[in-house]
Ligand binder design. Structure first.
Ligand SMILES: [Zn+2]
Length: 309
């Protein structure tokens, strides 16, 4: 007799597989026989069919227990299509907290399908500023207020890359100084990009007097309160949490809510050029590493070990 295993138990057992996806290590090879591998010439080793064996997930049908963390992949492709959005991972904690990692093109309908509305899409951690990681920011920012987010949008992401075009002829206008390509630059441009929208919608409530920016999020001291504010925390992409002598200095803490035991740190990603980061979220003895895009690196490997927070 075969023991019945629920979908949730299967997902827990497959935590290593999901971790592989989160780490960008690639999905495991085929572990379930009998699925359609015709697209791959019938070679079962070329397709992961494990998740085919799971029943469809119905949003709202699986309540999160207080000690659980749920990680949902809303999109994982750099080329969005009708069935697949660009990049975003949603992390929900049993204490009610939730976090977005990246906000790529086309992910908003996926969030809505999951039953997650824009008021819950308030805390966004960007791995880097490729369009497939931030393409839905204009909608999430500008329409958040219409979905009840009467507080600022909070965005974490890398500082400027420091990149300067090599321009021997001196003709390229951006060749004189480092690119203004940090997350604060991106968010300032986003506010300008959306100005027609935000002004035309400003007859509606955009803030509440009783709202006070939670301390772990108030990274600027500006005490922004309005839905059309963006509170940005820039993270220096070189920081690793250690100084040049190898001693811990906590310079890579992106977010730390001690009252709820949630800590998110960052570390360098190896991707295209300087200025990309990966994240590690720790809570309740659980942890999740989100690479964004990266090649395998020692920063990531070391952080697979649990850290006391
Ligand atoms: Zn990228």
């Amino acid at each position: 007799m075969t023991a019945k295993i629920s979908r949730r138990d299967l997902l827990k057992l497959s935590g290593l597989a999901a971790g592989g996806l989160a780490l960008g290590l690639g999905a495991p090879r085929n572990v379930v026989a009998g699925s359609d591998n015709s697209r791959h010439g019938g070679d079962p080793s070329q397709r992961n069919s494990y998740f085919d064996s799971l029943k469809p997930y119905i949003p709202g049908s699986e309540a999160l227990d207080p000690d659980e963390m749920r990680i949902s992949f809303l999109g994982t492709s750099c080329i969005p299509s009708l069935s697949q959005a660009a990049v975003s991972v949603f992390v929900e904690l049993g204490n009610g907290e939730c976090f977005m990692f990246d906000c790529g093109t086309g992910v908003t309908p996926k969030y809505f399908a999951l039953g997650v509305t824009l008021d819950k899409m308030s805390k966004i951690f960007l791995a880097h500023n490729h369009s497939d990681h931030m393409g839905d920011l204009p909608y999430v920012y500008a329409f958040g207020q219409s979905f009840g987010r009467v507080w600022p949008l909070y965005v974490w992401g890398p500082t400027r890359s420091g990149f300067v075009w090599k321009d021997p002829d001196g003709k390229y206008p951006l060749g004189k100084k480092p690119l203004e390509d940090g997350v604060a630059d991106i968010c300032a441009a986003l506010k300008k990009f959306c100005i027609w929208h935000t002004e035309s919608q400003s007859f509606m409530y955009t803030s509440i007097n009783s709202y006070d920016v939670p301390k772990p999020w108030d990274t600027t001291g500006s005490r922004c309160k309005d839905a059309y504010d963006i509170v940005v925390k820039e993270l220096h992409w070189r920081n690793t949490g250690k100084n040049s002598q190898g001693l811990a200095n906590q310079d890579n803490v992106a977010y730390h809510d001690r009252s709820k035991g949630v800590k998110i740190t960052h570390f360098p990603a190896v991707h295209c050029r300087e200025g990309a980061v990966s994240y590690k979220l720790e809570w309740n003895g659980l942890s999740m590493i989100y690479s964004g895009d990266t090649k395998p690196n020692q920063y990531m490997m070391r952080r697979q070990k649990p850290v006391r927070i």
